[in-house]
Structures are given as C-alpha cells and as structure tokens.
Design a protein around this ligand. Structure first.
Ligand code: NAP
Length: 504
C-alpha cells in the first residue's frame, strides 16, 4: 500500500495558487470591486436548547460550499460562519482530513435530491478525522483527543457536513483514532469501512465467533474500491474467510497484497466461469456471502449458483450498475427498488432463491467504528488511500471518483490546505522557501491591489481574508477553465460576482 502514489504536492499547489493570484491581479481587481461579503447563515442556526457556549474559536472557517446541484464545478471554497454552540452530546472538531464517497457525488449532482433534499448552500461530506476542540457535558471524549467519524445524511441535509475546517458531531458517531493511523487513513474509514463491516457481519451473518469453526468464504464484486478494500481485509484478516475478489487487472497486485486469495479480472470473457467454488466442508461448496459493490441484476443472477444453500447476497447498489447512466432517485423508484428487494428477500426466506439484501446506510452501526479502530491497531486493516487532494482540488477529487475506477479511498487534506498551517512534515527550508508566499503572512494593499507582507501592526481581518480567498478560488477556477480543452462546464464567474455584489 505504501507504494500507491499520492496525488499532489501541496506545497507546489499553494505556490501555484499564490502565483496565479499575483499574475492575475488586474483581473482580480475587478472581482474585488464586485464582491461583497457572503453569508453562510445556516451554520449559525445551530443553537438549540441545552447548549454549551464557546468563544475562543475563530469567527470564520473555510468550507467547500455547494451552491447549486450539478457538476463538481458548483463547489466554491469560501469563508463560512463557524458553528458557535454545541449540544451536550456533541463535539466541535477541528477537521484535519475528510474522505470522498460516492454518496457525496450523488448528493452534489442532485440525483438524490428527491430523497434527501439539501438546503443550499450546503457543506457536504460524510467522513472526517480531526481533533476535538470543544466537548459537551455528556461527551466521554476529551478536548484535544484525535478522533474520526462520520456525519449522517440527515445531519448533512439539516445542518452541514464535513468539508470544512470545523464540524459538529454527535459523540455516538465518532471513535478515538488509533495511534498507528494517520489523519488521512482514519478519515478514509468511517463510511466505507462501516459499510463493509456491516454488510459482511451484520447482514451477511459471518461472525467473528465462528472463525475457528468450519471454513467460510466470501466473494467481493468490485474489491478494489473504497468499500471493497475494507471488505477484503475484514473478510480475510478478521473473519478469516477464503476471499475471492473481482477487479480489473491493474488492481490485481494491490488486491493480493491486502489479502485476496483469488483475484478474477471482470474484463475477461466468461469471467464468471473463472470464479471457483470453495469447498467449505460438511458438504458445503460455494460462498457464504457475496458482497456486491458493483450492482446489476445480471450479477445477482450469475451469483446464485456460487452461493451455498443458506448463503447471502448483499448488494450495495441494487439492480443498476455502478457507473451506468446516472439516474434520479425518486421516492417512486426507491419504493419500487425496496419492493423488488422485499420480494427477493421473501423468496430467499422460504428457500425459493438465495437470500438477497439491498444494503442501506441504516444497516450500519456506529459501535462498529471502535472495532475498525482495533483492527487498525492490530494491523489487520490498513486503509488504502490512493489519492490526497487539497481543498482547492475538490473538483479533481469528485471527477476522479466519478470515473468509478478510483482505487481504495481518496481524501482531502483540509488542515494542510489552510494557509496559516505550517508544513507539518517539518521539511528543511530551502532557497525556494524564501520566495514562497504564505497567504497568512500577506495582506492585500487596497491602493496598489498587490499582495504585500503583513506589517506587525495589523493582521488580516476577516473581510480581507474573505476577499483574498474569493480571488484565489476564482483564479483557481479560471486557470482550470483555461487548462481544459474543451471545458466540461463553464464556470459562472459573472453570475457569482453579480450575486455577491447584490449580497453586499
Ligand atoms: N447502500 C449503501 O449504504 C452504500 C454504502 C457505501 C457505498 N455504496 C455504493 O457502493 C458502490 C461502491 O462504493 P465504493 O465507495 O466502493 O465506490 P468506489 O470507491 O468508487 O469503487 C470504485 C471501484 O469499483 C470498481 N468497479 C467499477 N466497475 C466495476 C465492475 N464492473 N466490476 C468490478 N469492479 C468494478 C473499480 O475497480 P477497477 O478500477 O478495478 O475497475 C473501482 O476500484 C457505490 O455505488 C456506492 O454508492 C452504497
């Protein structure tokens, strides 16, 4: 896993953002005159009864805000209001890293808007790792503790998600980070890891207790993705199952390294014939559980003969193929899918077919996060983080995930994106470092419209920082637009400026 390459050099990226700022200052000047303060007022409505106040946190935080449903180009990195209060069972977390999940993409595109309507603008994001900066009175964690966790869809919808410098979380949805794990690894775990664990153990019925009993076997369709890479390790190293996976040939080596016993390339002709049926003893031949991370009715049909008599087929996707044409999930289509799933489940229960379950997020259990932390501590589960991005690379991150061929997990390093943050790796300063401009140490001279070193008397106030961020963010968009041939979707600079101007 160590040999998987990481996405970007953040130091270079920061330099690029600043250089762009310097190069395009005349253009930027136009933005400044048009920009007014943007509000993110929904974040200040977090003040229910029974709350703990805190005053020492900053007033503003950086967040990746989604203003409209659509492509990843709808994202904007901007200043938002920090939540000012938490309830007694909640923590305020300084977010270090977040991971990107297919659900984030579906929420962003609007394909889930009928089932989970968002109140836009919103901060998306389910998974996070970070440091507790404030804890409610009923919280069994301490300030300063490193934790990882997830946000429920309801919290994202009604409050906000984790794509920001800070987030509020229910303590039931977090766990202490294993010392052995980095923030990047920990952030990769919650959504995908809990899904993999619950699909195999809670729904699939493969328990750890039986691990010394008869042989068990698991087939994972789509083993190289976010959920699959956790499922392989849980099945092999925790549940001690014979583990077969399907993936493309480029991921076969990685699959073997993390524990797959048998690897089948799903691009091969007649690949189903290449999947052997393991002999489990006591007359049982086949798989106890098929975990389907890919979807499609043809997969369900092909897998029935591969399952043992009381075997279970658990699909994360259902009848549609992951990566197929994007569809709108309406209330009607959800009911139809659940009815179809119910009929199949019923047929499974009376023995007319194998057991079939369409997995839903409600089948996961937060308590399992501690088990996953233990597996990391024991070295039985190592998150496969294949790409790391900065906040400004959110478009790349979503586009990459939407190829449907991401390996393991992709994460966004929130904290390392923030200009004030020093390089945590403690790298030796080189000559080039002298020329590197840190936005935190610069202010905008309103007369010359140039970035100049911050003088000792004055800091960069929120309004100025906001302006700089708008410029760097816009320049980033502008550069992206120019880089692409042809651009996937025009970025609406004008519209945004008009909006911001109107707001001001
Ligand atoms: N219902 C739920 O509660 C729930 C929870 C989590 C996830 N999900 C869903 O489960 C699916 C997988 O999630 P994820 O996070 O693992 O996604 P992911 O990280 O994007 O998965 C990408 C992987 O899928 C593999 N893949 C794509 N097409 C394939 C095919 N035809 N056969 C085999 N492998 C294929 C790719 O492998 P190659 O590169 O080798 O082709 C890639 O490694 C998504 O649809 C997600 O929305 C549902």
């Amino acid at each position: 896993m160590a040999e998987l390459s990481f996405g970007h050099n953040l130091r270079a990226k920061r330099k690029e953002v600043i250089n762009n700022t310097l190069n395009f200052l005349p253009w930027a000047q136009g933005c400044f005159t048009a920009c007014g303060p943007t509000g993110f007022n929904s974040l200040e409505t977090l003040a229910p009864a029974n709350t703990v106040n805190f005053n020492n946190a900053p007033a503003k935080m950086l967040g990746i805000a989604l203003h409209e449903y659509g492509s990843p180009y709808q994202f904007k990195v901007q200043l938002c209001n920090l939540p000012r209060e938490i309830r007694d069972f909640e923590v305020l977390v300084q977010v270090q890293t977040v991971s990107v999940n297919p659900t984030d993409c579906k929420l962003r595109s609007g394909s889930l808007s009928q089932l989970y309507p968002l109140s836009l603008p919103v901060l998306l994001g389910c998974d996070f790792s970070g440091i507790i900066v404030k804890a409610g009175s009923a919280v069994p964690f301490k300030v300063g503790q490193k934790i990882f966790g997830r946000q429920t869809l309801d919290r994202i919808r009604e409050v906000h998600g984790t794509y920001a410098e800070y987030c509020v979380a229910d303590y039931h949805e977090i766990a202490e980070m294993p010392e052995e794990a980095s923030f990047e690894q920990a952030a990769a775990v919650p959504w995908a890891g809990l899904t993999a664990y619950a699909a195999l153990v809670r729904v699939g019925g493969i328990s750890y207790k039986n691990s010394t009993g008869g042989r068990r076997a698991v087939l994972i369709l789509g083993g190289s993705g976010g959920v699959g890479t956790f499922a392989v390790q849980i099945a092999k190293h925790y549940l001690r199952c014979h583990t077969t996976v399907t993936c493309s040939s480029s991921n076969a080596e990685m699959m073997e390294k993390i524990g797959a016993d048998e690897i089948v390339n799903y691009n091969d002709v007649n690949f189903w014939d290449k999947i052997s049926k393991p002999i489990l003893g006591q007359g049982k031949v086949g798989y106890n559980v098929v975990l389907d991370c890919v979807g499609g009715d043809d997969y369900w049909q092909a897998c029935q003969p591969l399952l043992v008599e009381d075997g279970s087929y658990v699909t994360l996707v259902g009848a549609e193929r992951y990566g197929g044409e994007e569809k709108e999930y309406s209330v009607g289509s959800a009911i139809t899918a659940q009815m179809q799933s119910g009929i199949r489940r019923g047929l499974g229960l009376i023995g007319a077919s194998k057991r079939y379950t369409v997995f839903t997020p409600s089948m996961t259990n937060n308590e399992d996060l501690s088990i996953l932390a233990s597996l990391m501590r024991e070295g039985k589960m190592v998150p496969v983080v294949s790409k790391m991005y900065s906040m400004y690379d959110i478009i790349d991150a979503h586009e990459h995930l939407e190829t449907h061929h991401a390996v393991g997990k992709c994460v966004i390093q929130i904290r390392k994106t923030i200009p004030e943050e020093e390089d945590e790796q403690g790298s030796q300063p080189d000559d080039d470092d002298d020329k590197e401009i840190d936005l935190a140490n610069m202010v905008l001279d309103k007369t010359t419209m140039r970035l100049v070193p911050k003088n000792s008397a004055g800091g960069m106030d929120d309004a100025l920082r906001q302006k700089q961020l708008q410029v760097t963010s816009k320049l980033k968009h502008k550069t992206r637009e120019e880089d692409r041939d042809p651009p996937k979707k025009a970025v609406k600079f004008q519209t945004e400026e008009e909006e911001l101007g109107a707001a001001g």
